[in-house]
Ligand binder design. Structure first.
Ligand code: HEM
Length: 415
């Protein structure tokens, strides 16, 4: 299957990519300082210029896009391609390259092929559809919290609360048996870790695709009321394509929301005044609070990769066809020209313009679901457990610094 169906744009014009000086920042930068802040190297780059030339692990160069307007511009302009097979596309690690070149999901395709596949899922995640799911999501949250309380503290909030909720939710929607969660959670971690070698990534991807392909085949024969069945019975979609779409949903659907729940909990435990605001919040305030947490934490810490398909200018910087770009949502969401005192967590802020879900045609498909899960999970956790606290010194916590999605490895809590 081709990932790029516009023949005129299939290869970038043959210009030499812009070189980077030897002194250029090497990506990905080491995390340092406050676990909620982007690495200082990115913040310093943002202070110098919203678009800076940097180097990657394989010796190639790419643009680091750190400013809010510039990130939006790149993500909204389809002259910047998301197709990982195009020359010059920037990869953060050998594993990320392997993933995009094996069987790319539609996140790594351009329109019209991207739009064709994405359209098959849009009705599944419409706000109205997700709103109707709220009672089921509340039940998942309540039951998960009941089990955690029954276990007695201290417990690891990541494994006992933050991870089961989105895993149960996406399993329910997709029609994947939750009993298999250890298998797919472990494979997802391999896929999302920038340290994973290429062959390990290929193995993990293959085993997940084969698992989901088998499920899709079974559902084609005997469909049930779930997304995978609806994909599997389509005449215009091969079983492998259905499996690839389900894989994207399965991974995007639980790792992100799980890390957001755990990191938000930590941020709120550190800011008791903000936690009190969330506890007192009605539904509208709880929604606003989650938007601010999404902005402040911006857990997709690896830059969103794109490659220019023609020569153009970005914020006054000339970009050549074939130049790779990494769009840093984390610095964009702290851009002082858009979010005053952006390094402060302020649940009363109107943060709706944040870019935590990306922007443009690839903007997160699952965002209504992620929002509903986060609003219900965090509000329920902090109202039912007003005495929630860390069960270890904060210095003992370790963070998922090498993962595409930021988070805390474990969060021991008691109440
Ligand atoms: C807090 C939770 C989440 C965050 C922060 C998040 C973030 C993102 C971001 C930044 C992108 C854009 C990638 C790009 O442009 O290259 C994206 C795309 C995507 N997300 Fe999410 N996501 C979250 C939850 C979810 C959930 C729950 C699902 C599904 C159930 C989901 C499914 C997807 C899909 C399918 C795409 C690809 C869309 C496309 O390429 O058209 N995400 N997400």
């Amino acid at each position: 299957m081709s990932t790029s169906t516009d023949p005129g744009a299939a290869t970038p014009q043959a210009t030499t990519p812009t070189p980077a000086p030897d002194s250029a920042l090497l990506l990905p930068a080491e995390a340092d300082g406050c676990p909620f802040d982007p690495p200082s190297a990115y913040r310093q780059a943002a202070d110098r210029s919203p678009v800076t030339r940097t180097r990657l692990w394989d010796g190639s160069s790419c643009w680091l896009v750190t400013g809010y307007q510039e990130v939006r511009t790149v993500l909204a302009d389809q002259r910047f391609s998301a197709d990982g097979l195009r020359p010059g596309f920037p990869f953060l690690s050998p594993g990320r390259r392997q993933l995009a070149t094996n069987t790319p999901g539609f996140i790594r395709m351009d329109d019209p092929e991207h739009a064709r596949l994405r359209r098959m899922l849009t009705t599944e995640f419409l706000v109205k559809r997700v709103e109707a799911l709220r009672p089921a999501l509340q039940r998942i949250v309540d039951d998960t919290l009941d089990r955690m309380l029954a276990a007695g503290g201290p417990v690891d909030l990541v494994t006992e609360f933050a991870l089961p909720i989105p895993s149960l939710a996406i399993c329910l929607l997709l029609g994947v048996p939750y009993e298999d969660h250890e298998f797919f959670q472990q494979q997802s971690r391999i896929l999302l870790d920038t340290r994973s070698p290429g062959p390990a990534v290929s193995d993990a991807q293959r085993s997940l695709l084969s698992y989901l392909g088998d499920l899709a085949t079974a559902k084609r024969r005997a469909p049930t009321d779930d997304i995978l069945s609806r994909l599997a019975v389509r005449d215009d979609l091969a079983t492998e394509e259905a499996a690839s779409m389900a894989l994207l949903l399965l991974i995007a659907g639980h790792e992100t929301t799980a890390n957001m729940t755990a990191l938000s909990t930590l941020a709120l435990l550190r800011n008791p005044a903000q936690a009190a605001r969330l506890r007192a919040a009605g539904p509208a305030e709880a929604k606003a609070a989650v938007e601010e947490l999404l902005r402040y934490l911006t857990i997709v810490q690896a830059g969103l990769p794109r490659v220019a398909t023609e020569d153009l200018e970005l914020g006054g910087t000339p970009i050549r066809a074939g130049d790779g770009l990494l769009c840093m949502l984390s610095t964009a969401n702290r851009d002082e020209s858009v979010f005053a005192d952006g390094s402060e967590l302020d649940l009363d802020r109107d943060a709706r313009r944040h870019l935590a879900f990306g922007f443009g045609v690839h903007q997160c498909l699952g965002q209504p679901l992620a929002r509903a899960e986060l609003q219900i999970a965090l509000h329920t956790l902090f109202t039912r457990l007003p005495q929630l606290r860390l069960a270890v010194d904060e210095e003992q916590l370790s963070y998922r610094t090498t993962m595409v999605v930021h988070g805390v490895d474990a969060l021991p809590v008691s109440w």
